[in-house]
Design a protein around this ligand. Structure first.
Ligand code: IPE
Ligand code: IPE
Ligand code: MG
Length: 251
């Protein structure tokens, strides 16, 4: 078996242009576990362990914002034992890594509904957000109990609650009330685990993201896979609905 290198041991390729905001749907923990005859919870444990490596690699590259999809509003429909294991792992992750993430300049934010979370996890999340609020190296948004449609619904509710007039309901007015307000939209959206769908992640914010689908199951998505995704991004030509530059574009 090839042992994955620590990210710092891999030479860092220069990426140009570099995405400012990368979002990742961390999928494939269950299949990773099944392939090894382990329980799904063990797969989630391996997935949680992998987060640290990936955050560090994106930070080494100089990516400003990383948004990780860890638990969707739909994931509550999974067996209770699996949901409980994921909640426990959320708390364990913070207990284990908060100090180190803080020391390495990671600012943690939570996006999603905190109300649905067990009290212990909610408190740990609050602690992580408060403790790291002054860090500037990379912003890590953890999407936990997050749904893209729920995000839009809550933005619209806020608009209505504030009494905003119909003619003032603009794209900017909505975007500034989404959970990601203050960050630019993701330039690059990665999904691991060989599925090609968005599964109610950042449905508004990813309107013009570049999509990158990796066959790697999330626990296997390491520093080399981060580099490959960034290299592919740097080769894409984004047009935002405009004509492509170059000869022959005048008719
Ligand atoms: C992603 O891995 C983690 C969560 C959705 C919480 P999965 O648990 O979806 O893994 P697969 O897709 O079943 O392999
Ligand atoms: C998306 O993965 C949610 C997270 C990675 C947190 P799922 O495994 O829940 O998505 P589907 O069910 O395959 O669409
Ligand atoms: Mg899945």
């Amino acid at each position: 078996m090839v042992v994955a290198k620590r990210s710092s041991e891999l030479p860092l390729p220069r990426i140009d242009p570099l995405p400012r905001h990368v979002a990742v749907i961390m999928d494939g923990n269950g299949r990773w576990a099944r392939l090894r005859g382990l329980s799904r919870s063990e797969g989630h444990r391996a997935g949680a362990r992998n987060i640290r490596t990936v955050v560090e690699r994106f930070a080494e590259h100089g990516v400003n914002t990383l948004t990780l999809f860890a638990f969707s509003t739909e994931n509550w429909g999974r067996p209770q034992s699996e949901v409980r294991a994921i909640m426990r792992l959320g708390s364990e992750f913070i207990d284990r890594h908060l100090e180190e993430l803080d020391a390495s300049g990671v600012r943690i934010e939570h996006i999603g509904d905190p109300d649905g979370l067990p009290r212990g996890l909610r408190h740990r999340v609050e602690e992580a957000v408060e403790r790291t609020a002054g860090n500037r190296r990379i912003l890590l948004n953890i999407a936990f109990n997050y749904g893209g449609r729920a995000d839009i619904v809550s933005a619209v509710r806020r608009l209505v609650g504030e009494g905003v007039r119909a003619e003032d309901v603009t794209e900017e007015a909505i975007a500034s009330r989404l959970a990601t307000a203050g960050s630019c939209d993701p330039d690059l959206l990665i999904r691991t685990g060989a599925e090609h769908r968005i599964s109610n992640f950042l449905v508004w914010q990813s309107a013009y993201s570049e999509y990158y689908f990796s066959g790697a199951l999330w626990p296997d998505f390491g520093a080399a896979e981060v580099d490959a995704a960034l290299i592919e991004f740097s080769r894409r030509r984004r047009r935002f609905g405009l004509v492509s530059p170059g000869p022959g574009a005048d008719g």
